[in-house]
Design a protein around this ligand. Structure first.
Ligand SMILES: [Zn+2]
Length: 241
């Protein structure tokens, strides 16, 4: 197995693993987006139900109040008619007091009705805004659900292709080196194999000891950075090609 070829295969393997990692991440995240939209939708639906319940109560109250006001007005009219037919001042004062009370009551109810109608408007505005938001989320959810199947299909197809390619390139690497590669990969963040530039490891940015750098330049065996343990190669070996 040639040294250069083995390094090249390791670099390809690393690229494949990076892409596979991203695809697996995407596969994991894609359903989460749909799930989070679903739960957002549910929260808003509950909110909608609460507002609708409130609106119904307010409307009932409003209706009842309107009825009462109407009844009071009828009573008031009756009292005023009675006033025309009083026979003595005692009766007159009694009816006047009655009218006074009715009018006072009526004013209070009218005020109450106004406040109620303001609240109705406020709740209706909230409901309208919520409905708009719900529409948007539902649309997004529909789109994301469709996309999800698409994404899963595409990712799985690409992963299969990459797996085949990975096996091919893994064959170009000696077993001990491949094991070292896997060992480092399981313990360190990417990258696993890095170029050395001006005797500095580009993985950890620390200088390689001169003795190891001389060995590296010979290009006879694959070496590790003594500091970060990543597999290293001399950049110039590949720039010359
Ligand atoms: Zn290093």
């Amino acid at each position: 197995m040639s040294y250069i070829k083995e390094i090249e295969s390791l670099i390809v393997l690393q690229d494949i693993d990076k892409e596979m990692g991203e695809l697996n991440k995407r596969l994991k995240q894609a359903p989460q987006e749909v799930e989070s939209l679903k739960s957002r939708l549910q929260v808003q639906e509950t909110q909608k139900e609460q507002i609708e319940e409130k609106l119904n109560l307010l409307r009932e109250k409003d209706k009842k109040l309107s009825q009462e006001i109407e009844e009071d007005l009828a009573k008031l009219k009756k009292s005023k008619n009675k006033l025309m037919m009083v026979e003595n001042s005692k009766e007159y004062h009694a009816i006047m007091r009655e009218i006074d009370t009715l009018e006072k009551n009526n004013r209070l109810k009218e005020e109450e009705k106004l406040t109620l109608e303001e609240e109705l408007e406020t709740q209706q505005r909230l409901l309208d805004a919520l409905n708009e938001e719900l529409g948007k989320i539902s649309q997004e959810l529909e789109k994301k659900s469709k996309d999800l199947n698409n994404i899963i299909g595409k990712c799985e197809k690409r992963l299969k292709e990459l797996k085949v390619k990975r096996d091919e390139f893994a064959k170009e690497i000696s077993t001990p080196i491949l094991n070292r590669y896997e060992f480092i990969r399981s313990r360190l963040n990417n990258p696993v194999i890095v170029p050395v530039e001006d005797s500095v490891c580009t993985g950890c940015h620390i200088s390689i000891p001169p003795q190891i750098f001389i060995e590296l330049q010979k290009g006879l065996q694959i070496l590790s950075c003594p500091n970060c343990q990543r597999l290293i190669y001399w950049k110039e070996h590949f720039e010359l090609e």
